[in-house]
Design a protein around this ligand. Structure first.
Ligand SMILES: NC(=O)c1ccc[n+]([C@@H]2O[C@H](COP(=O)([O-])OP(=O)(O)OC[C@H]3O[C@@H](n4cnc5c(N)ncnc54)[C@H](O)[C@@H]3O)[C@@H](O)[C@H]2O)c1
Ligand SMILES: C[C@@H](CO)CCC[C@@H](C)[C@H]1CC[C@H]2[C@@H]3[C@H](O)C=C4C[C@@H](O)CC[C@]4(C)[C@H]3CC[C@]12C
Length: 339
């Protein structure tokens, strides 16, 4: 997105623990693309990568709500890693920092209270019990608190945080997992979540586009945007998690069985709790980390949707991809991803 949309770009450094092979293809254009294999938990590696950069987009993170990683590892990558990025900016004189936060820093909370078409100012009881949202909330706080800190050379750091809702699109592994599961079940999926529970989703291309716009506008609009948070949104429809996935899986040949959940909530919660117990019992022997656990069930069962125009007001954001384009691109990816 940066290479396509930012004409003033001279160099793009990509710092990641795992460098993808497609990065090589980006090296053929006029902009210098520099892949750097590194670990965000290693302060010296981060500082070396950041040195001389005009703007840093910090999107690296450990996304885990399934119990694959330990809470300590999640903290180390998401919180300590973010602190390292901030310190690297301060030490090396980089003034603009964009952080990929998450809707999860707000909710859904453990009480299951709905957040219905809320915006950045909507009051909501953010109660975090899970390591992932806890770490994202802590990291976001660090980023916002760092706004205004003096960087090397004496000028102030300008930071802001973007909070995507559930991202979908090309590369969405869970979508592919549901697709494969549906194929195994005879081209069917069984409804587990009531259709009335709305879930916020945003297309990956629009998330990227919003990052590019923020990176571009942070300098001229530092006064307005510094220290701010923005939900990432687009025109994707408000639907339940499963009904939304069917927008893509339906055209791929799957159908969702049932107009209401086939199992009652208490039974699903029992199964989710059993999964959590099994995970704990098996941990010394193997990693058992299914999609269903008490936390993911609670998120999927709680309405969390965003309706805001803050990004449009502050930096002129309009989605780059329409809902129709986002849908088509995602369907094509699901169809191609299993061949
Ligand atoms: N997927 C979503 O629905 C969603 C929603 C809101 C926010 N986010 C946030 O967006 C960001 C990207 O998430 P994603 O879904 O693309 O996840 P992802 O796992 O696809 O991407 C995360 C990237 O971070 C890298 N990374 C992990 N640990 C690292 C480390 N120690 N050092 C350097 N790089 C490391 C990974 O290699 C990976 O490329 C994360 O910060 C996540 O919290 C994701
Ligand atoms: C009960 C199952 C029946 O089909 C459905 C389980 C679905 C869950 C695995 C997903 C439901 C909501 C998802 C989360 C949400 O989209 C927002 C997120 C924020 C982001 O920062 C990280 C990913 C995630 C936590 C996302 C993870 C998967 C769900 C819990």
């Amino acid at each position: 997105m940066l290479l396509e949309q930012e004409p003033r770009l001279r160099e793009l450094r990509v710092f990641d623990l795992h460098l993808s092979s497609w990065l090589e293809e980006l090296k053929t254009g006029p902009v210098q693309v520099t892949p750097i294999q590194g670990d965000v938990t290693q302060a010296h590696q981060v500082a070396a990568a950041v040195s001389g950069a005009h703007v840093v987009i910090h999107t690296a993170g450990l996304v885990d709500v399934f119990g694959r990683a330990s809470p300590e590892t999640i903290y180390k990558v998401n919180v300590q890693g973010t602190q390292n990025v901030i310190e690297a900016c301060v030490q090396t004189g980089t003034r603009f920092l964009v952080y990929t936060s998450s809707m999860e820093v707000v909710g859904p909370n453990v009480k299951g209270q709905p957040f219905y078409r809320g915006n950045e100012d909507t009051p909501y009881e953010a109660l975090h019990k899970h390591p992932y949202p806890q770490s994202k909330a802590q990291a976001e706080r660090l980023v916002l608190q760092a706004n205004g800190r003096k960087v090397q050379g004496g000028l102030p750091l300008v930071t802001c945080a973007l909070r995507p809702t559930g991202i979908y699109g090309e590369g969405h592994q869970i979508m592919r997992d549901f697709y494969l599961q549906g194929l195994r079940l005879g081209s069917r999926l069984f409804r587990a979540i009531p259709a009335s529970v709305e879930h916020g989703r945003v297309y990956v291309g629009n998330v990227a586009w919003m990052h590019v716009l923020v990176a571009r506008e942070l300098e001229p609009r530092a006064e307005l945007m510094g220290g701010q948070v923005y939900f990432c949104y687009d025109k994707s429809p408000y639907k339940s998690y499963e009904d939304f996935n069917m927008e893509f899986l339906g055209p791929c040949g799957l159908r969702l069985v049932g107009t209401r959940p086939l199992l009652p909530y208490w039974l699903l919660m029992l199964l989710a709790t059993l999964n959590a117990l099994l995970q704990w019992l098996l941990r010394p022997l193997l990693l058992y980390a299914p999609l269903l656990n008490p936390y993911t069930l609670a998120i999927a069962n709680t309405t969390f949707t965003v309706s805001t125009n803050k990004a449009q007001r502050h930096f002129g954001y309009e989605p780059l991809f329409s809902w129709e384009d986002s849908r088509t691109r995602t369907i094509l990816w699901v169809q191609g991803s299993t061949q």
